[in-house]
Write a protein of this length. Structure first.
Ligand code: SF4
Length: 365
């Protein structure tokens, strides 16, 4: 199951669309003026695998700060711009190879033309798109009050302005805080256009509510082949957005970055405190090979069988834990030996993969 867009764009070395891996994005919460905060957040996002980072760029005098972040970041930055085409020109001059604009609100008589010229010269990708909160009465009127149709109208208005000027190095997006509106609008747009799509549920909310809402909307689109780059918008630390994005793609078997952790809900047969063991295994999770499934099961009676697809797992026993792989027991360990036993398995696997695949540079991503 791969994204459906037939066209691709390149933001520096990052390809989006036309069968490239579906990208996981986030947006800095720190303002540019807080350079220390921005740099710490950038570093954290890089560490968790974020592939494209949007940065609000509201003031031209902050262009040197944006340029500095561009120099520091190994992940491409997309400047988020409103109301002033000169900001877009500054962002491009500051090294951004992607900008997010609304061509209809850039101001200046020839503002859009200047932005397009600069974008063309520097091979800058422009993301355009509509947000459910910004629909105007005219767009709603054209759509007879149907908000998802109005999103399509709003995106097409922006798109037409760029296509009229011969610019098509584009990513499209249509977002709303309503799953239904977002899904309908994106499916309609994807049936009409081959451009790559950025997808997300905007203002999805905090914690588990935001996660469930985003996952519901994004999964509905991804399962139908729509979406080339995504953001799980959450009120909270940005690294959660990236972790959630990869977890979602793993759940849909669309990408296998990181290991998956499965655990049983427990029942009267459980022999261990599963929550506690899960918390201990979760701390080791970044060390497991990409694509692995790690299981924590409450009992040795059913656990290894129920998690027989797990690459490695532990199940509770009367004396401690049974270590198993692909449903087969490897041996019993004491609870205190959990971490050392799992690390040994990781090291064994790494050694085996090196001896069997000497030319491969690392794990799958
Ligand atoms: S693995 Fe054991 S404890 Fe967990 S749900 Fe299944 S039977 Fe119950």
């Amino acid at each position: 199951m791969l994204a459906m867009s037939r066209k691709s764009v390149s933001i520096g070395k990052l390809t989006i669309g036309a069968g490239a891996p579906i990208r996981v994005e986030s947006m800095l919460v720190h303002p540019l003026a807080d350079q220390d905060g921005c740099q710490a957040e950038l570093q954290e996002l890089e560490e968790v695998g974020c592939e494209l980072i949007r940065v609000a760029f509201p003031r031209r005098e902050e262009a040197p700060l944006l340029a500095r972040l561009n120099q520091l970041s190994s992940v491409p930055l997309m400047a988020d711009i409103h109301f002033d085409y000169r900001l877009a020109l500054s962002a491009i001059a500051s090294g951004c190879r992607a900008i997010r604009v609304n061509p209809g609100n850039l101001g200046g008589k020839n503002g859009l033309q200047e932005v397009i010229q600069a974008a063309r010269a520097e091979r800058v990708v422009i993301r355009i798109g509509a947000n459910g909160g910004s629909l105007n009465n005219e767009q709603l009127g054209k759509a007879s009050g149907d908000r998802s149709a109005a999103l399509v109208v709003a995106v097409e208005e922006q798109l037409q302005q760029l296509l009229d000027k011969g610019f098509d190095n584009l990513i499209l997006s249509a977002k709303s805080s309503s799953v239904q509106e977002t899904v309908r609008a994106n499916l309609e747009l994807a049936s009409r256009y081959d451009f790559p799509f950025h997808i997300g549920i905007t203002e999805a909310g905090p914690g588990f509510r935001g996660l469930v809402k985003s996952a519901a909307g994004l999964a509905l689109l991804l399962a139908q082949g729509v979406g080339d780059t995504l953001r799980v918008s959450l009120t909270g630390p940005t690294r959660q957005e990236v972790d959630a994005g990869f977890a979602l793609l793993r759940s849909l078997d669309l990408r296998h970055r990181g290991a998956d952790l499965i655990s049983c809900p427990t029942c009267g047969r459980r022999r261990i405190d599963v929550e506690n063991v899960v918390a201990r295994v979760e701390k080791l999770l970044p060390q497991f090979p990409d694509g692995w499934t790690v299981a924590v099961m409450g009992c040795e009676v059913n656990g290894p069988r129920e998690a027989s697809h797990a690459d490695i797992g532990v199940a509770g026993t009367p004396k401690g834990l049974l270590l198993f792989s692909k449903g087969k027991p490897l041996g019993e360990i004491l609870s205190a030996e959990l971490e050392s036993a799992l690390i040994k398995e990781i090291e064994n696997t790494a050694r085996e993969s090196l001896s069997f695949r000497p030319n491969e540079g690392g794990y799958r991503s």
